[in-house]
Design a protein around this ligand. Structure first.
Ligand code: SAH
Length: 359
């Protein structure tokens, strides 16, 4: 079991109190401190005896992470949080403030195994999975940060660094913590998991008792082109992925969303738009287009606005519901796909070793 408190449910906290011979109502008080009063320092939990505060502090740490850097975009709508983990690894989360929404984009892994051609997160491969408390604490700590301004996290998207279905158990458990009524109490409909298309993950996720949104990173209308853009896609046939996605939708009564990063001259041509219409015809789904956000060191180009418009027109004429997500936070490299381990020089020797040996 974790030694980090932010990875535990109230039920597990109660069990620990029982095991220690402490009164059960004390466990409830601790949960209140954490999730109603947003207090993370034992020394400030004033209705506990000094002995209990010391006992808690000697048995538990809150989380594995400390905030290393906070960067705000010029328009102040995007805030990037850089966390240092107990082993020195670094991970990022992004808070996106638009209208009433306060969306946290969480990372599920340090690095990413998928290595999509256009994405910064996977350029150096996977370092390690995040633990449950490391995923959950990203949201909890950002929520505490927002609460100081009288606001709260309203939405969570698993679209930061990593492939959520390659860290399945921790991701599922972190969702259970996010939606727990005595913890953050987030609505499942406001949680979105994005996958590159790990079929067994999608299928297993359908068996969970969730009503969470599931998004597929599609990026191409056929297997051949998709494999070029997403090397990982070689492991899975596109038709099988789509079937698993629509089965998830049927079971959960959630709509299917496809992410499609538009790369100039690669997948943004009229031909691909027509092919996409054919692929998704009469399926209940939405295509979310994202013009490529430049990543340092990659020789890809953002499409011309005219090409984006033409692509959308073809989808719309083909009755494919579509949206286009405009860049947010690119001045602080917090936009989609720009999350990367910038601060490599401060990494521990072990992490650098992995980095050098990743194929
Ligand atoms: N591994 C998961 C979740 C992380 S990526 C997945 O593949 O879905 C989430 C989304 O970020 C991708 O769907 C892609 O649309 C977007 N993305 C990544 N890099 C990008 C870039 N450079 N420009 C625009 N979108 C990008």
């Amino acid at each position: 079991m974790t030694s980090y408190l932010l990875g535990l449910t109230p039920e597990e906290i109660t069990q620990w109190f029982q095991k220690e011979g402490e009164a059960e109502f004390r466990a409830r008080q601790l949960v209140e401190w954490l999730y109603q009063k947003n207090e993370t320092e034992f020394s400030k939990m004033t209705n506990f005896s000094k002995a209990l505060r010391e006992k808690l502090a000697s048995n538990w740490q809150m989380s594995s992470m400390t905030l290393k850097k906070l960067q705000e975009s010029d328009d102040r709508e995007t805030i990037k949080f850089l966390w240092q983990l107990h082993d020195g690894n670094l991970v990022e989360s992004v808070l996106i403030m638009s209208d009433q929404r306060r969306t946290v984009c969480v990372s599920s892994q340090v690095g990413c195994p998928a290595r999509c051609a256009f994405c910064a997160s996977g350029q150096k491969g996977l370092f390690r999975n995040l633990e449950v408390d490391e995923i959950f604490a990203q949201v909890y700590l950002i929520n505490n940060w927002l609460e100081k301004k009288g606001e709260r996290v309203s939405h969570v998207v698993y679209m930061g660094m990593g492939e959520p279905f390659r860290n399945y158990d921790a991701v599922v458990r972190s969702i259970q913590l996010l939606i727990h009524p005595d913890m953050l109490g987030l609505s499942q409909r406001r949680i979105t998991v994005s996958t590159v298309g790990v079929i067994e993950g999608i299928q297993k996720f359908s068996e969970e008792d969730f009503k969470v949104n599931l998004v597929l990173s599609l990026h191409a209308p056929n297997q051949k082109l998709r494999q070029k853009i997403i090397p990982y896609a070689r492991q899975y046939a596109l038709d099988d992925i789509l079937q698993a996605m629509f089965e998830y939708a049927k079971k959960t009564k959630r709509d299917v969303t496809f992410e499609y990063t538009l790369l100039s001259g690669i997948n943004d041509n009229e031909q691909e738009a027509h092919e996409l219409v054919k692929l998704l015809k009469e399926k209940q789904c939405t295509v979310n287009l994202i013009p490529y956000n430049p990543v340092q060191g990659l020789r890809l180009k953002r499409p011309d606005p005219l090409a984006v418009r033409r692509f959308r027109e073809i989808l719309t004429q083909g009755d494919i519901v579509n949206t286009c997500r405009y860049t947010k936070g690119d001045d602080i490299a917090a936009a989609c796909g720009q999350l990367v381990l910038h601060e490599q020089q401060s990494m521990p020797a072990k992490a650098l070793h992995v980095l050098q040996n990743t194929p």
